[in-house]
Design a protein around this ligand. Structure first.
Ligand code: F6P
Length: 320
């Protein structure tokens, strides 16, 4: 293997730069050249690529976002777009590709392998932590901490005004962020799409909290919960509970990656180069029980990664 490529795709996640850095440096150490593809699959189609050396990724391990930029490419969804991308990879003499992204990006990577025989491995890069085949995804730890930091601030104002706060966190169709944030922030309720608790139960909790003399309550809502944060606020206000809604949104995608994300990204980036050298393709590298694991790309979206349902009852127990 003489030359590989790396790109970031889909929603950016803190730690993506650490992954790119690791790929570039691990490959360079083995005498393999690395091409950085800009703006994900769109840059691949357009041939927007450049050679990256170890100095090009200096001082990036601590930076949020992605120096390679990212996009959700519409053109790559059709076979013509993918054929153009494959042509560009061949033109650039690329022997293997590392795709850092989430399940949408892995669909694309899988097509490159299947339709064009290109060797491609995936690294889980998404704040959502919703990929089967890895205990954690790059960016998840930082996103949870960012959300937590915001909620700690909301608690100050919530306590001062003796108010109920509904806080919507990201996660797309998954409740991983919401659950961990719920536990760590000491919330009264966590609402997630995987086990959509009826809103009547939330109203009941608020009534009980009021009876117990609680003045301020926090309800964490995953964006994928039916109706989202707005739906929850409307329902509880309808039941007579005044509240404030905060949708944390894209702030959760930013910031300097936490140590856990940098370490995960660095380990996976290095392992990705070894995996390509070993001839692996169409797999995602993850970390399972502290060890590097390999999962067919299709499994990452076809199989379901379960949330730890016990965390929900733990939130309830601890909010007594
Ligand atoms: O997948 C990461 C994520 O931040 C989700 O949590 C969220 O639903 C989505 O991306 C938002 O996407 P966009 O940046 O395109 O608005």
């Amino acid at each position: 293997m003489k030359r590989i490529a790396v790109f970031t795709s889909g929603g950016d996640a803190p730690g993506m730069n650490a992954a790119v850095r690791a790929v570039v440096r691990a490959a360079t150490g083995k005498g393999i050249e690395v091409v950085g593809i800009m703006r994900g699959f769109q840059g691949m189609i357009e041939g927007d690529m450049r050679l990256l050396g170890p100095r090009d990724v200096a001082n990036t391990i601590q930076r949020g976002g992605t120096i390679l930029l990212t996009a959700r490419s519409k053109d790559f969804r059709n076979p013509e777009g993918r054929a153009k991308a494959a042509e560009q990879l061949k033109k650039w003499d690329i022997d293997g590709v590392v795709c850092v992204g989430g399940d949408g990006s892995f669909h694309g990577a899988h097509y490159l392998h299947e339709e064009h025989g290109i060797k491609v491995v995936g690294l889980p890069g998404t704040i959502d932590n919703d990929l089967y085949g890895t205990d954690y995804t790059i960016g998840y730890f930082t996103a949870v901490d960012t959300a937590l930091d915001c909620i700690d601030k909301l608690r100050d104002t919530g306590a001062s005004h003796e108010r109920i706060f509904v806080v919507e966190v990201m996660g797309r169709h998954a409740g991983f962020i919401a659950l961990d944030v719920g536990i760590a922030s000491g919330a009264e309720e966590v609402l997630i799409p995987e086990h959509p608790m009826p809103i009547e139960e939330v109203i009941q909790t608020l009534k009980e909290s009021e009876a117990k003399g609680k003045k301020s309550s926090f309800i964490i809502v995953a964006e994928g919960y039916p109706g989202g944060g707005q739906g929850v606020q409307d329902a509880i206000e309808g039941a007579g509970f005044e509240s404030r809604l905060t949708i944390l949104g894209h702030v959760q995608r930013g910031g300097s990656p936490k140590a856990e994300d940098r370490i995960l990204a660095s380990r996976l980036g290095e392992a990705a180069v070894c995996a390509l050298q070993d001839g692996k393709s169409d797999v995602m590298l993850g970390v399972t029980n502290h060890e590097i694991s390999f999962t067919p790309l299709a499994d990452t979206w076809e199989k379901r990664k379960d949330v730890n349902a016990h965390l929900r009852s733990c939130v309830k127990t601890l909010s007594v």
